[in-house]
Design a protein around this ligand. Structure first.
Ligand code: FES
Ligand code: FES
Length: 163
């Protein structure tokens, strides 16, 4: 990370590709991702670190990217929802299960929900319903009632398609 007049050069690996951006020190990682990397699949749903819409993977761990400064991610690898599949497909197994089990409605929470579900499926080979609901405690969905999200995650685990 280099520094010029209050701005910082941040280099990180984004969905497998090295990217360098020049950002203000106060810029949150979620805004760096959306504004400087133009990856708008990562959403902002609150200003209280509660909704989980901004969840990404930072060095392989799901994190809320609104809780981290962009400069803190310098030298790290991040995966956003855009990194899970290409427009030509195929979908990531969790994305496919969400699609097949109608685990989304408006879709606003879905990118963050998918990233948290992937973490859950790395932490538990076959999570129980209670473990899934607990694991998704940091992600808020206004639409679905969560039922089909739970079913989708159970489906991925039942097929052994955990990430
Ligand atoms: S925008 Fe990060 S938790 Fe809501
Ligand atoms: S699908 Fe609309 S907020 Fe979750």
């Amino acid at each position: 990370m280099s520094r010029t007049e209050g701005r910082h050069t941040v280099t990180l690996t984004v969905n497998g590709t090295q990217r360098t951006v020049d950002v203000e020190a106060r810029k949150l990682l979620v805004h760096l991702i959306r504004e400087d990397l133009a990856l708008t699949g990562t959403h902002v749903g609150c200003d209280t670190s509660q909704c989980g819409a901004c969840t990404i993977e930072l060095d392989g761990q799901a994190v809320k990217s609104c809780t981290i400064l962009g400069v803190m991610a310098d030298g790290s690898s991040i995966t956003t929802i855009e990194g899970l599949s290409t427009p030509a497909g195929p979908l990531d197994p969790v994305q496919a299960a969400f699609h097949e089990h109608h685990a989304l409605q408006c879709g606003f929470c879905t990118p963050g929900m998918v990233m948290s579900a992937r973490q859950l499926l790395r932490d538990y080979e076959k999570p129980s319903e209670a473990e899934i609901r607990h694991g998704l405690g940091g992600n808020i969905c206004r639409c679905t009632g969560y039922h089909n999200i739970v079913r989708a995650i159970e489906f991925v685990a039942s097929r052994g398609r955990n990430p």
